[in-house]
Design a protein around this ligand. Sequence first.
Ligand SMILES: Cc1ncc(COP(=O)(O)O)c(C=O)c1O
Length: 318
Amino acid sequence: MITPKKIQFANIPTPLEEIKFEGKSFLIKRDDLTGCELSGNKIRKLEYLLADAKRQKADIIFTSGGDQSNHARATVIAARKIGLKTKLFLWGKDTTSPNGNYFLDKIFGADVQFFSEKEYENVNDIMFEQRMELLKKGKNAYAFPGGGSTTLGIWGYINFINELKEQIDLKKVDSIVAAAGSGGTAAGMLVGAALNKLNVKIVAVHVLMSKEEMRKQILQLAEGCVLDYKLDCKINPDNLEIISGYSKEGYKKISETKLKLLRKFAFQSGILLDPAYTGKAFTAYYDKFIKTGKGKKNIFVHTGGLFAVFARTKEYLG
Ligand SMILES: Cc1ncc(COP(=O)(O)O)c(C=O)c1O
């Protein structure tokens, strides 16, 4: 087994809290508290990716995402911590009044290139071409895809399982529920569970891809990681459940029905959820586990994303 090196960025272990909502208790793992400017699930992946970038003597970091990407923002800030600049390849439009994550991208001095949705389909090729151009000038750009979901990045969520099993007996837990975008968080948890010989289900509430694509992507990442790092475990596809139907309004939007629930939850718990990921995953978790009183056997992972709320303040205020 090969264990990759990491740089410590995240404040871990993050708390596992018991919260009461509408009179029912449930467990929430607060990965939104991995840090402040640098917060949420992406840091755990960046600890590995940027350690590798450093090892490869990178001069600049390249990555991609939506204009309010939490991953892009976290990359820009984490790279600053090791003295590197980031170039972001973003899907969306530039604006004269940046807010939310994009505001932070600007403050931390990212170079940004915007693409239409259509152009963005080839973003990995575009990043590759630009890397090659820089290489001709003797500069080494270290590139990783949106969400930091590579077989290296997902080590962050392999370790998450090791961390969680110190906080709760995972043999007594039925499932761990989280939002899924690029799939790395779920894939890492799946590998972590397999390495620890746990039968816990990883439930991914997908917000971006189709259900089939999401399942394929998560399993490919998990199995790729087992192969790349010669891990002594077997991924059980039955331990992966994909929940659909919670992002019908589109990745960047959130419906008023969901916002009503999020406002109520915020008032009762002091915890705010984001429009693209956790707001949708929590709605699914609420329907499936809180309403049915199964919240203590099924853990909800708050994966962060607070800054994206500041790009949608009007809708949040109602
Ligand atoms: C707040 C938040 N939650 C969940 C996710 C999904 O994580 P993953 O891309 O690893 O599936 C992301 C990023 O994509 C995110 O920014």
